[in-house]
Design a protein around this ligand. Structure first.
Ligand code: SF4
Length: 212
């Protein structure tokens, strides 16, 4: 199989080397599978845009504010906060960095709450929930404690949305990770998104000759 790069990595890797899906790819895949295909199978085509950069900076500011925020916003009285937790699951074939994990309860009652900060004002879509489900699955594996729920924190409106990480959401998240891995392994370009309005401002439009 031809070598491919993760566009933020400087070296080429292969599936055989243990290449892992980034959990953030799930959101892109839900938007249009081709975006993920281009990122991995056409190396070096995805610059960090201004919007992404400002999102990163806003996220840094939120982390500072978060340290002063009451956990009551997440429906908790107390807990330990852990920021920017790096996770890898060989079983799932995934890697991730979780913005915040709140661990609460002690001993057999210890429970984990992954929190994902988003630069969005709107009710979170399923793609955000799928990401959160991956965080929950990976945290449970790595930290050996249950993560029955997670939170999507909407930065612009300062709102915490609690999400149940139920069986169906977990199964769908695992299925999408497997689909991304299969797509990259076979280098099979997927069909374009059926929602062609998304193509208008897409930075990969120049590679898609069969859209608009
Ligand atoms: S132009 Fe359309 S089909 Fe092509 S990658 Fe962008 S959103 Fe997907």
């Amino acid at each position: 199989m031809k070598a491919m790069t993760n566009s933020t990595d400087s070296h080429a890797v292969t599936i055989e080397d243990g290449w892992l899906v980034r959990v953030t790819d799930l959101k892109q895949y839900a938007y249009c599978p081709r975006v993920v295909y281009y990122q991995y199978c056409l190396p070096g085509v995805h610059p960090i845009t201004f919007k992404m950069q400002s999102g990163i900076e806003a996220q840094d500011r939120v982390e500072e504010l978060e340290k002063r925020r009451s956990l009551r916003e997440y429906g908790l009285e107390e807990g330990e906060r852990h920021f920017n937790i790096a996770l890898t699951s060989r079983r799932l074939g995934c890697t991730a960095q979780v913005d915040l994990v709140v661990a609460y309860g002690a001993g057999a009652e210890r429970t984990l709450l992954p929190v994902d900060f988003k630069m969005s004002r709107h009710e979170p879509g399923r793609h955000f929930m799928l990401q959160l489900a991956c965080y929950g699955i990976m945290l449970e594996e790595a930290w050996q404690a249950p993560a029955p729920e997670g939170v999507i924190y909407l930065i612009p409106v300062k709102r915490a949305v609690r999400v149940k990480l139920d069986k169906r959401l977990r199964r769908d998240a695992e299925r999408i990770v497997a689909a991304i891995r299969a797509m990259v392994a076979t280098e099979q370009m997927p069909p374009p998104t059926p929602q062609r309005s998304r193509c208008v401002d897409c930075e990969f439009r120049r590679f898609c000759n069969d859209t608009i």
